[in-house]
Design a binder for this molecule. Structure first.
Ligand code: ADP
Length: 260
């Protein structure tokens, strides 16, 4: 299973990504976490990203694309992954598609976690309070003024991905406002349901004619068995009380008429 989680900062992508990774036994790939680790380790990428992240802006596409290109090659990503925070621009989405196509893979679904922007500031403030209470270091970009810039980046650069993936028939939207468990249930539901375009590509039922017979038996269980085998297992009609079809009923009526 290969998934993308989309949503504004504070939508709950990280929490849900963690749960999904556990449930499906797949890797959680968070570009935010990878970049923060690079900043903490003082690597060349970290040095490049540090100030950009602290301002709430997006790190340049080539940098994050290179990180993901390497990361999806690792062994733990072979059985599937959930991308949290990537792609964040249409250019990143196109690069991801190319990277997957090179390995004969594609995304299974893109889950958009939809939330009212008004609650995002509240959520981030709660996160800061909880981290402080646990004695953890608060993220450099978890400040109200930086959050505003992160939202600007989301609206301008990331939100267009909703239309992008909708157009590809991959998008599934989930309400991110209820409590965490309910959002998780919502995600499970949309992941087991087909999107309208998937349903169109593989209709569950064949259209049925007025007479009740399917328009085509091609692909049905019965037609896949050889004719001989089908005949052998067909229940034999009793000769005497045999239910008449319209044709045999007509024949019988004609015979009766001839007999007088
Ligand atoms: P959130 O979703 O809460 O805003 P993340 O942890 O996903 O936070 O990302 C934190 C910051 O890391 C972003 O504001 C941005 O500066 C940088 N970043 C993460 N992922 C990407 C990406 N795919 N492209 C560009 N920048 C990114």
């Amino acid at each position: 299973m290969r998934l993308v989680l989309l949503g504004p900062p504070g939508a709950g992508k990280g929490t849900q990504a963690e749960r999904l990774a556990e449930r499906y036994g797949i890797a959680r790939l968070s570009t935010g976490d990878m970049l923060r680790a690079a900043v903490a380790a003082g690597t060349p990428i970290g040095l490049k990203a540090k100030d950009i992240m602290a301002r709430g802006e997006l790190v340049p596409d080539p940098v994050v694309i290179a990180i993901i290109a390497d990361r999806i090659k690792e062994a733990d990503a072979a059985k599937g992954f959930i991308l949290d925070g990537f792609p964040r621009t249409v250019a990143q989405a196109e690069a991801l598609e190319r990277l997957l196509a090179q390995r004969g893979l594609k995304l299974d679904a893109v889950v958009e976690i939809k939330v009212d922007e008004g609650i995002l500031i509240n959520r981030i403030e709660n996160r800061i309070a909880q981290m402080q209470a646990r004695g953890e270091q608060v993220r450099a970009d978890d400040k109200p003024e930086v959050l505003k810039q992160r939202l600007v980046a989301y609206r301008g650069q990331t939100a267009p991905l909703i239309d992008y993936y909708q157009g590809k028939g991959r998008l599934r939207t989930v309400d991110g406002m209820p409590p965490i468990d309910e959002v998780s249930e919502g995600i499970s539901r949309v992941l087991t349901k087909k999107t309208p375009s998937e349903a169109k590509a593989s209709p569950r039922r064949k259209p049925v004619r007025k007479s009740g017979r399917k328009t085509s038996r091609k692909g049905s269980k019965a037609s896949r068995r050889p004719a001989k085998a089908r005949k052998a297992t067909r229940p034999k009609r009793k000769a005497a009380g045999r239910p008449k079809t319209r044709k045999t009923a007509r024949k019988a009526a004609r015979r009766k008429a001839r007999r007088g």
